[in-house]
Design a protein around this ligand. Structure first.
Ligand SMILES: *Cc1c(COP(=O)(O)O)cnc(C)c1O
Length: 431
């Protein structure tokens, strides 16, 4: 499979090249040159497949023979060594829990897959790669965990000072080894700008082998399509129409679902749910894409003012706003509404959600008609947002063991202004 840039000015590349470049030189995003279609037999036998079977089949269709079958299977089995349950919450509303990985958030899917894919390619290459990651919380810890101790790879994480939860910060700053955290005086958008600028800096690229691991990396996007097919297979015999609702920030997760649909998954529709950073819901409504500065909310992993995957969303539909709006509905919730949703679902259905997940639930609840079933994606474990969740349930959310251990560790972070010149000289000094 070849991969082109959504800006159509950079040359097409192999999967390996797309993974290590991250961002094409024309500042677009990589997409597969053809989107392959599921075989009829595959769809007919879907309910009999395991999550690993589905993930392998989909990865194989896109990556083709650039990774040998046996190696790809190992990558998938090691990357997704945790459960991916679909549970009923009430009536026709289901949740796809994506938080059973090591960092308790859905970004483990993309990060663990990408880390193992890169590790696989680097084994034969014998070179060092420096990965830059801007994170609004969960990306960084997932990526860091994925790469921890992987030879030939250094990771630098940039996170906005004071804008991630205590637990998130501990996850970002306590790993050590080949992982360094920069505490940036600014917003997530500032962090993302520093990283994007570095990737376009020719002088820097001559000296350092830079690579990205954000949701813009194609190896992060692919695995985010696997679990849509899996969740669909769990419910396909019970409902005529199945909808997905995705709590969204950079829209990588939604793009994974759109990719699965283009491969032939007969999803009835998608709901894109955001916090007050509702740039995409507004676009769906008006046809106008108007990025703006992000606003801080309690669902901080979705505080994004200029969603980085928007170009992919447009590209999947040839820029046709009408077609996009046919498949995707937008909705947004403020913090007060988010809090009510957490409280309500806990009281009435004994199901506890993190603030992001609550927005996913809210997007689905008022939308479904009879005969349809809806699946909202749970993107993080509620314990990661204990400060917000505890007062709402008048109790204490239980902290899973793998999170409790991290809270005890000592923080190591390097302070950094949101200034490209400073960032660049720091990078050059390190090499
Ligand atoms: C990253 C993240 C999101 C948003 O996902 P996108 O792919 O950026 O839209 C939602 N919830 C949580 C917990 C996240 O970490």
């Amino acid at each position: 499979m070849r991969f082109y840039s959504t800006n159509r000015k950079a040359p097409e590349v192999s999967f390996k090249k797309a993974v290590f470049k991250g961002l094409p030189e024309d500042n677009g995003l990589y997409m597969p040159a053809q989107i392959p279609l599921f075989h009829e037999d595959f769809m007919a036998s879907l309910t009999r497949h395991s999550f690993h079977d589905i993930a392998f089949a989909m990865a194989r269709m896109i990556i083709e023979d650039e990774i040998a079958e046996a190696d790809l299977r190992t990558i998938i089995e090691e990357a997704f060594d945790f459960e991916v349950p679909v549970r009923n919450v009430h009536d026709n509303i289901y949740v796809l829990e994506l938080f059973h990985g090591p960092t308790l958030a859905f970004k483990d899917f993309g990060a663990r897959f990408m880390a193992r894919v890169m590790g696989h390619f680097l084994k034969t290459d014998q070179r060092e790669v420096h990965i830059l990651v801007a994170t609004s919380g969960d990306t960084g810890s997932a990526v860091a965990q994925g790469f921890l101790g992987v030879e030939g790879i250094r990771v630098t994480l940039l996170y906005p000072k004071g804008k991630v939860s205590k637990i998130q910060e501990q996850q970002l700053t306590t790993l050590g080894q080949n992982i360094t955290a920069l505490e940036v005086e600014g917003t997530f958008d500032d962090c993302q700008r520093l990283v994007k600028t570095a990737f376009l800096d020719e002088e820097l690229k001559e000296k350092i082998n830079l690579s990205s691991a954000n949701s813009i990396n194609i190896a992060r996007l692919l695995p985010q399509s696997f679990y849509y097919t899996w969740a669909y297979s769990r419910l396909m015999n019970e409902a005529e129409k199945i909808y997905f609702c995705i709590p969204s920030g950079n829209f990588g997760n939604l793009c994974g679902g759109l990719l699965a649909k283009r491969m032939g998954l007969p999803v009835a529709g998608f709901i894109a749910a955001t916090n007050v950073n509702d740039i995409v819901p507004q676009y769906l409504e008006s046809g106008k894409f108007a990025p703006r500065l992000s606003v801080q909310t309690i669902s901080n992993a979705m505080d994004v003012g200029n969603p980085s995957n928007f170009a992919r969303l447009l590209d999947l539909y040839n820029n046709d706003h009408g077609k996009i709006a046919e498949d995707i509905r937008g909705v947004s919730f403020n913090d007060e509404q988010t809090r009510s949703l957490i409280r309500e679902v806990y009281e009435n259905h004994a199901y506890l959600m993190c603030p992001h997940t609550a927005i996913g639930y809210g997007g689905l609840k008022n939308f479904l008609d009879d005969g349809a079933k809806g699946i909202f994606l749970s993107t993080a474990h509620p314990a990661k947002f204990k400060d917000i969740v505890d007062p709402l349930i008048e109790g204490e959310v239980e902290i899973p063991e793998r999170l409790a251990r991290i809270i005890e560790k000592e923080k190591h972070a390097i302070p950094m202004e949101a200034n490209y010149a400073d960032f660049k000289s720091w990078l050059l000094e390190k090499h």
